[in-house]
Design a protein around this ligand. Structure first.
Ligand code: C2E
Ligand code: CA
Ligand code: CA
Ligand code: CA
Length: 281
């Protein structure tokens, strides 16, 4: 048994070493990835549950790594947050998604989404000059502010409330819309919602997963939707994968849905076909 333990330990040490080496390597490589044009954006449709039309799209970043292939955010966002590279990546995402939005409109206004939703990390939002960068990116792309929805996290809105809330108010005064992403996973009390300077709540997929089979989850989601509407917020359900979930959420009056049932994240050239025609439901 002792020999086996030793083998396990050595294997564990080896894995630990490989893991740490890879993290360090990834951290360094991330710094060059923007200049090397290795980031890509995919876009996932956001569907109006009443009309079944695609109204918006969410930009989701990918890293075309020179040796490891196409990497999802899980492989690098956290490291980018730690190293601060997220600020430059986030600015690239903002500029590129607005430029893409303008291209869709120039090519075919009837086959383009009416807004683009962009994830903003807490660190990026709190970097001085963020509001000015948003303003400059909109001007540069020639996109009207209401066409942009910024997705921020619950924890950002709770922490450093004063400066963050002032910036949220400035952005909204410009006409930019704000969403709370992954709603329900943080600690905000529902009563707090009334005061938050935001327009949209995105209910996290973990709540939608059980909405058919758990009475408790259903009541919770129903309560969030009703309360949000009471405060004149619109609600997006994330991660809808089947017709049953969609039916329940539509019956609750949830405004928008996003998930594999409608479409996975796709390359930008695939968006006009999805926007123009009704999605096959
Ligand atoms: P998120 O903002 O909650 O985005 C939704 C995630 O759920 C996306 O994963 C999307 O592909 C996935 N998804 C959507 N519908 C379904 C479904 O029906 N089933 C399942 N199983 N998954 C679904 P993705 O693209 O891997 O992104 C993961 C997270 O990475 C995002 O979660 C977001 O927090 C972060 N992220 C993505 N792009 C950016 C970015 O440009 N900046 C920042 N700061 N974070 C980003
Ligand atoms: Ca999001
Ligand atoms: Ca989520
Ligand atoms: Ca998120």
């Amino acid at each position: 048994a002792k020999g086996a333990d030793k083998g396990t330990w050595q294997r564990y040490r080896g894995e630990l070493h490989t893991d740490m080496a890879q993290r360090l390597e990834t951290r360094v490589a991330l710094l060059d990835a923007i200049d090397a044009e290795q980031f890509r954006l995919l876009y996932q449709p956001i569907v109006n549950l009443r009309t079944n039309r695609v109204e918006g799209v969410e930009a989701l970043v990918r890293w075309q790594h020179p040796t490891r292939g196409l990497l999802g955010p899980y492989h690098f966002i956290e490291l980018a947050e730690e190293s601060g590279a997220i600020v430059a990546i986030g600015n690239w995402v903002l500029r590129e998604s607005l430029a893409q939005f303008a291209r869709w409109h120039a090519d075919d206004p009837s086959g383009s989404p009416s807004y683009v939703s962009v994830n903003v990390s807490a660190r990026q939002f709190r970097t001085p000059g963020f509001v000015d960068r948003v303003r400059a990116a909109l001007t540069e792309a020639g996109v009207e502010p209401p066409r942009l929805l910024l997705e921020i996290t619950e924890s950002l809105v709770l922490r450093d409330a004063d400066q963050v809330w002032a910036d949220l108010r400035t952005l909204r005064a410009l006409g930019v819309r704000m969403a709370i992403d992954d709603f329900g996973t943080g600690y905000s009390s529902l009563s707090y919602l009334r005061e938050m300077p935001v327009d949209v709540l995105k209910i996290d997929k973990s709540f939608i997963d059980d909405v058919l089979h758990s009475e408790k989850q259903r009541v919770l989601v129903e309560t969030i939707v009703a309360l949000a509407h009471n405060f004149e917020l619109r609600v997006v359900a994330e991660g809808i994968e089947d017709h049953g979930q969609r039916a329940v959420l539509t019956a609750m009056g949830c405004d928008y849905g996003q998930g594999y049932l409608f479409a996975k994240p796709v390359r930008p050239e695939e968006i006009p076909a999805l926007t123009r025609v009704e999605p096959a439901l």
